[in-house]
Ligand binder design. Structure first.
Ligand SMILES: Nc1ncnc2c1ncn2[C@@H]1O[C@H](COP(=O)(O)OP(=O)(O)OP(=O)(O)O)[C@@H](O)[C@H]1O
Ligand SMILES: [Mg+2]
Length: 332
């Protein structure tokens, strides 16, 4: 028995074997504080609550809808891929969420591979991942697991590139960051992240057209929104989202090219390799097409230092990291 745990800025996911297949469960990594009066009424409600001293919080997916109703800010235990240093309450909240999500180990010292992001190469002031990794190691050990940190993007190579002899580039487009890993048969790899992803798109699209992030999210996460026809739901907000998507893709390609050239001595692929796109930010309609368009545009101006055999979307873009972590845990 083993478990894969994807610790994301926006979502926590767990993958476990179930019969012949894999079961993936997801919970929003969010919370909202409620006051005494709301707390009194809670006893008769089915909402997921956490109490800390004299404070009470509604956690998980319900925090998002409740925040909208109460016109309150949704808070997050993590920011930019790691524990948010400004959210002390958040640590207790995320501990409770993880306990609920992974539960007790199915056997003594069950292996639990959990995701850790790479440091952003475009934000040198960002603190490291030591504190973040140590916190979750201790939490999972306390629950009775045998935890092991694994790079977020490298996990996708395990879930998506087994048929490519584990050669390829995997890109996880999350909320806080874009994590990138390039692997040559798992023997050599480069890993890095950039700080522009979903949250950056939301904040900058909202600022660009003078609207709220909530309104941007309403359009961006509408199942009918399509990056190939961005004006269909809202001409201003839709276009702003599309332009920021293009800017994000260009930004990640710039750093991919730059990091590759730096590391070329260690990673020189003889053949063309696949690129796998994943993450919530990659799950929009038209994302792959826009990505390929931007790749072609980039390549014409500054040729890429590697050959691409294909660009494909992960089979399960939101669950690819958790699934890969499970594969890793089962094989280690
Ligand atoms: N159905 C959807 N349509 C559009 N965007 C979505 C959808 N679901 C999630 N997103 C966006 O995807 C992002 C969250 O993706 P994901 O869950 O992969 O991030 P994360 O793993 O929690 O973050 P990170 O890896 O940066 O720590 C958010 O910006 C969210 O707005
Ligand atoms: Mg992620």
């Amino acid at each position: 028995m083993s478990v894969g745990l994807d610790l994301g800025t926006a979502n926590l996911l767990v993958a476990r074997q179930s019969g012949q297949g894999v079961e993936v469960k997801r919970i929003r990594n969010s919370f909202v504080e409620i006051d005494d009066e709301q707390r009194q009424r809670l006893s008769s409600s089915t909402l997921n609550a956490v109490h800390l001293g004299n404070k009470s919080f509604i956690v998980g997916d319900e925090a998002i809808s409740l925040a909208r109703i109460l016109n309150k800010e949704v808070r997050r235990p993590m920011s930019a891929g790691v524990l948010n240093p400004e959210e002390r309450d958040g640590r207790m909240v995320i501990s409770t969420l993880i306990k609920t999500l992974v539960g007790e180990p199915k056997e003594e010292f069950e292996k639990c591979a959990f995701s850790v992001p790479s440091l952003p190469v475009d934000n040198a002031s960002k603190s490291g991942t030591v504190w973040h990794t140590g916190f979750f190691n201790q939490l999972l050990e306390g629950l009775g697991y045998d935890p092991e940190p694994v790079n977020e993007a490298l996990a996708i190579i395990y879930s998506e590139c087994a048929n490519d002899d584990h050669c390829g580039i995997a890109i996880s487009h999350g909320a806080g960051q874009v994590n990138v890993a390039a692997s040559y048969k798992l023997i050599a790899s480069i890993e890095f992240s950039v700080a522009r992803s979903g949250d950056w798109i939301d904040a900058n699209s909202a600022a660009a057209v003078g609207t709220s992030i909530a309104k941007v999210l309403k359009i961006k996460e509408d199942p009918a929104f399509d990056l190939r026809n961005p004006e269909a739901l809202d001409d201003e907000i839709g276009s702003a989202i599309m332009y920021h998507y293009k800017a994000m893709i260009k930004h990640e390609l710039t750093y991919l090219s730059r990091e590759w050239i730096k590391m070329k001595a260690q990673l020189d692929f003889p053949n063309a390799i696949p690129i796998v796109l994943s993450g919530g930010t990659a799950s929009l309609k038209g994302f792959k097409e826009l990505w390929i368009e931007e790749l072609d545009r980039f390549h014409k101006r500054s040729p890429l230092p590697f050959k691409v055999s294909e660009v494909r979307l992960a089979k399960d873009p939101m669950g690819a990291v958790a699934r890969g972590l499970l594969v890793y845990a089962l094989s280690s």
